[in-house]
Write a protein that binds this ligand. Sequence first.
Ligand SMILES: Cc1cc2nc3c(=O)[nH]c(=O)nc-3n(C[C@H](O)[C@H](O)[C@H](O)COP(=O)(O)OP(=O)(O)OC[C@H]3O[C@@H](n4cnc5c(N)ncnc54)[C@H](O)[C@@H]3O)c2cc1C
Length: 539
Amino acid sequence: MVQTQVLIVGAGPVGLTLALDLGRRGVRCTLIERSKTAIQLPKMERCNARTMEIYRRLGIAEQVRDAGLPRNAPMDVFLALSMASPPLVHLPCPSVAEATAEIAAHNDGGLLEPYQLISQYTLEPLLRSIVEKLPNVTVRFGCELISFKQDTDFVTAVVQPNDAAEETIRASYLVGCDGGSSTVRKQLGIPLQGEGNIRKLRQALFRCDDLYERIPMGKGRHYHIAEGPLFPFIILQDSTRHWTLHAAASSDAEMAEIFKKSLAMPIEFEMLSVNEWTQHLLCAERYGDGRVFVAGDAAHLVIPTGGLGMNTGVGDAVDLSWKLAATLAGWGGPQLLASYEAERRPIGLRNVRASRAAMTGRLGWRAAYRPNIRDNTPEGRATRAEMAALFDIQQRKVTEISGIEAGYRYVDSPIVCREPGDGPDPDNPFYIPTTWPGARLPHVWLNDDAALHDHLGPGYTLLRLGGTRANTSSLERSFREIHAPLDVLEVAGDRPREIYQFDVLLVRPDLHLVWRGNELPQDAAKIAMVATGRPPSRL
Ligand SMILES: Cc1cc2nc3c(=O)[nH]c(=O)nc-3n(C[C@H](O)[C@H](O)[C@H](O)COP(=O)(O)OP(=O)(O)OC[C@H]3O[C@@H](n4cnc5c(N)ncnc54)[C@H](O)[C@@H]3O)c2cc1C
């Protein structure tokens, strides 16, 4: 029987990210994937800014950027009658290089990394190659989870390698990162709640070498074609030679016709693949049971409008990872793993709502379509103007949602110290820096131009700001008694103190805040107990 600490089922982006973080934290894990090879279909193409911050913390952001769309490529979004027409709407979005320069020029508590366009079929093999180098992670492609059972100490899983007999793997914990049709979720009997099977679409992948250089309206990443009822949507992939087309076509062959018509210029192309996919807005009723958890698409399914699928799953992975590592190391308290569901399920539900809002907006501008849209008549011009005006408003719900991407806060978490009042709106689409407990620590530049985030180690960090004289020794002692890793960092300079607004902050291993204040309370030990998932009466 194979023994491991954590068995991860599914080597999609979420399972791979979880394996990477667990592996770096010294946890022995086995990652099994039923496919023999990595994903061939395009699926996602945009890591959002928060995912890129997470990848920076995992030490791979530059590798992801090197493999993705070149840094200078514009990320603009267009609405047009065809790829050869002038745009009806042009929404400029900064290239990675421009956004990086913008971030470097400001010290206002914003985001540390910009987004990155990288096709899922590029990202997954890259993550896999990185994970396979970790000595304590075993990666097995062509190995399917068949069933599992758990008792108080272990999970025992039956797996089926492609070319061999069934095997048993015994693990302390099992995480189902096995996608929308999750075997793990189904075996736990966890239902999905929300709207399933909303509509079916086809996605086709094209190779079209010349298109990128020849689009008269300019280079960008998203091209919406204002042609009802199918509304072709053309997305640039990371090579700049590959494109996907989304449309509600009735056959695979029709996808090539739609692409040709949407190009409206003589350009050679090859259709490489077509697949059908179904839109859902669903969230699991629970995120696990006992020693078994679900993460990523196994736990929530959104419409990709807004790019909240994989990106939400990466957030799940880094929330669960340090809690598993802490529990296995012995310093994680009994509430720590339970806080995974308390923290991440509300974010899953929230992102399902945000995805619904983005999709509703898209349907809103599409509803302005009239067959006269191409006519050079007052009516045709009016149709175009109405659709353009609606697009200009609604499309921003897809592209300008930094608050949804990075401003999530673990409002009802049992492992952060609550403050009186509600705090800033955690569902604001625009990111507003805050150190309210449960929020992600805002990024600040230090005096030496290094990012504070880069100074934070794998455990907890007590930030002491603005030359504070606050006595934090009792809290430090409490962490030592629990054997939980804590670094104490004096942060010089006025700007971090201005942005963070408090003298002392306690930050978790995933860079979310536990507590803030200017003086420690009398019962500072309670902060350590809450942070590490211990009911206060147990210490
Ligand atoms: C058209 C489209 C565009 C998208 N665009 C974006 C975007 O821009 N941004 C974004 O964030 N998201 C996007 N998404 C969503 C994104 O693709 C998914 O959210 C993401 O793939 C989820 O990752 P995952 O690792 O949770 O699951 P998956 O990627 O589904 O991976 C699950 C893995 O588990 C394996 N598996 C399943 N069952 C078993 C088993 N029993 N044993 C072993 N292995 C098993 C599967 O083979 C698979 O490899 C898009 C999706 C689609 C369809």
